[in-house]
Design a protein around this ligand. Structure first.
Ligand code: NAD
Length: 253
């Protein structure tokens, strides 16, 4: 069964948009979000379902509270929060500074926690089937060179999912994560378009292709559904097999 009232942070494009679209197709009413004014996504999704847009900067507590407050007002109640808004700021280890650290942690970690807190406060005692889904990464599990800040934020999400799951279970709120591998979005586009990058990456992905945002959306719908009612505290990697793979004795083809 579809849980009807869903809000997704950072959902005007990329993975968040695809997640919102998958919920819209499943029959849910949705609230989407960005820190920037953007009505294009809401118009497109509005053709599929009741869709509201709330502008809010999820990198600060006030923005997270405002988003949940507005989402609750527009839909009347909330069943599912998807914490997705995230950024990638990194570089050579010696060049990292406190500003880069704060920028990444404010959105990728603090934003998730305080949106979850505001969401949980809106879930009533007798409500059935509420859940939170946090978008982590394969970087929650394994490190990438020159990605110390991003890896640290995504590692934090792995533990946040577990910690929120055990803390919110007695209130009937499940908490799970999705760990995408490499997905083609505005965040990764420039990097993917450089030289032989796509070819190099494809060779390291067991399923042999770079992920698309629509690979992620249905997983979120599943985790929020009745079919996942006994699943909490888990991170599901949707990565074409990246996280399952060991070093290989074969030379890359
Ligand atoms: P993206 O940059 O393409 O889209 C990000 C969305 O978040 C946009 O709608 C943007 O408007 C919004 N946003 C940005 N800053 C915001 C803020 N301060 N407040 C509210 N909204 C804001 O990113 P994406 O590639 O779709 O990534 C989405 C999530 O998936 C992130 O958490 C990212 O770390 C994670 N992820 C991405 C990949 C990938 O390969 N693309 C892989 C693993 C995990």
């Amino acid at each position: 069964m579809v849980r009807p009232c869903v809000c997704v942070t950072g959902s005007t494009h990329g993975i968040g948009f695809a997640i919102a679209k998958a919920f819209a197709k499943s029959g849910a009413r949705i609230v989407i979000n960005s820190h920037e004014a953007d009505t294009t996504a809401a118009r497109e999704l509005g053709a599929l379902t009741e869709c509201h847009f709330v502008q809010a900067d999820l990198s600060n507590v006030e923005g997270a509270n405002h988003f949940i407050e507005q989402a609750h007002q527009r839909l009347g109640s909330l069943d599912t929060l998807v914490n997705n808004a995230g950024t990638f700021t990194d570089g050579d280890f010696g060049t990292l500074d406190a500003q880069m650290f704060d920028r990444a942690f404010d959105l990728n970690v603090k934003g998730y926690l305080f949106a979850a807190q505001a969401f949980a406060a809106k879930v009533s005692g007798d409500q059935q089937g509420a859940s939170i889904i946090c978008i982590g990464s394969t970087n929650s599990l394994a490190a990438e060179k020159n990605s110390v800040i991003y890896d640290s934020t995504k590692g934090a999400i792995l533990m946040m999912v577990r910690s929120l799951a055990v803390s919110l279970a007695e209130r009937g709120i499940r908490v799970n994560g999705i760990g995408p591998g490499i997905v083609e979005t505005p965040l990764t586009q420039a990097g993917l378009d450089q030289g032989d990058t796509r070819k190099v990456l494809r060779r390291q992905i067991p399923l042999g292709r770079i992920g698309q945002p629509d690979d992620i959306g249905p997983t979120a719908v599943f985790l929020a559904s009745e079919a996942a009612d006994y699943i909490t505290g888990q991170m599901l990697y949707v990565d074409g097999g990246i996280s399952a793979q060991q070093m290989s004795w074969d030379a890359p083809g």
